[in-house]
Design a protein around this ligand. Structure first.
Ligand SMILES: C[S@@+](CC[C@H](N)C(=O)[O-])C[C@H]1O[C@@H](n2cnc3c(N)ncnc32)[C@H](O)[C@@H]1O
Length: 321
């Protein structure tokens, strides 16, 4: 972990309320856990809905142009959705340069190896193992028309950070570039809680992975059984906000833990919460008006949207305004 990330982790653990940032869940185990739970958790509607949109609309989502694009994938994970872009773009152009970017280096390299085996020489692969800020700096040298995709990830940031990251992404874009990102537009509380607080506890395992990682890498002995895992859904339809899921651990008693690798001690009063994400919540859900306002605040022009028939997911395509 670089110095900057370490400072962000320290900030979360020493803030009030305390939190572990979501990106910290994504070591190799966390990336695998998340990938598996989006497939194995039968109530998890978002993946299915996104795939349904890609199956029917990929030809439209990728804009037609008299020139070739390169493809950037922010928070690429297993690239399961990105493969629809790779397949369609390789039908339209002879060669394609692909830049998958992810904070989870080992998982990124595994995915890159699989993609290289699947696609061969027609795809020129340039992986970027970094967080969004550092990775986008590295990508400034990628000239020419670009399609930038960002799937299932903006929803895990705080509102201000969503605006900031969209602005940062737009700084990479010219009038021959498009950003395509996906969001969750589900407003049904029951469906959300079924998906994110599943009976088998798959999502809980992913959310708790930051604590497991702290114990493994920073030599703490934080005991999961000393906390109660809690999750809820906060609805907010005001135009400049969004609804969100909250996941947190509530201390069952007064607790004190040393984290030697970070050189800190942390203490919990009985009933105190440790949030498993930064900001008010995670896995945000939006109305169309909220998405419109979010992109406008970031200086982007929302040109097209696609939704599935169940109205769970939406793909948004933007240009620089
Ligand atoms: C919800 S997953 C989405 C994965 C993939 N795009 C998909 O739709 O299946 C979020 C991905 O973003 C990566 N990620 C999380 N925080 C990040 C950050 N700050 N910088 C770069 N990548 C990040 C994670 O490692 C993970 O692969």
């Amino acid at each position: 972990m670089d110095d900057e990330s370490r400072q962000l982790l320290l900030k979360g653990l020493t803030s009030y309320p305390k939190y572990i940032p979501t990106w910290y869940n994504y070591d190799e185990l966390g990336s695998e856990l998340e990938d598996k739970c989006t497939i194995n958790n039968t109530g998890y509607y978002l993946r299915r809905s996104q795939i349904a949109i890609l199956e029917t609309s990929i030809k439209e989502i990728i804009p037609s142009a008299p020139y070739d694009f390169s493809l950037i994938d922010l928070g690429s994970g297993s690239c399961s959705k990105t493969r629809y872009f790779l397949d369609e773009m390789l039908l339209r152009q002879k060669r394609l340069t692909f830049y998958p970017l992810d904070i989870s280096e080992e998982f990124l390299m595994k995915t890159v190896q699989q993609i290289s085996n699947e696609y061969g020489d027609r795809l020129s692969l340039s992986p970027v193992a970094a967080n969004y800020e550092n990775g986008i700096e590295k990508l400034r040298s990628a000239n020419g028309p670009k399609i930038i995709v960002w799937f299932g990830s903006i929803i895990n940031l705080s509102y201000d950070d969503q605006v900031a990251k969209l602005k940062l992404i737009s700084s990479l874009m010219t009038d021959r570039c498009h950003l395509v990102f996906s969001v969750d537009i589900t407003q049904d509380k029951k469906a959300v809680l079924k998906a994110y607080n599943d009976e088998a506890g798959l999502e809980m395992k992913f959310f708790q992975n930051g604590i497991i990682r702290l114990n493994n890498e920073e030599h703490s002995h934080i005991r999961l059984d000393k906390f109660q895992y809690k999750a809820d859904f906060i609805e907010d339809s005001s135009p400049e906000h969004m609804s969100y899921f909250r996941a947190y651990m509530q201390a069952k008693e007064h607790l004190f833990y040393s984290i030697p690798g970070l050189n800190i001690d942390i203490e919990f009063e009985k009933g105190e919460n440790l949030y498993l994400h930064e900001g008010a919540g995670v896995s945000c859900k939006y109305t169309k008006e909220q998405i419109w306002n979010l992109t406008a605040r970031a200086g982007l022009l929302l040109t097209d949207t696609w939704t599935d028939e169940n109205q769970h997911a939406m793909f948004c395509r933007c240009k620089v305004a």
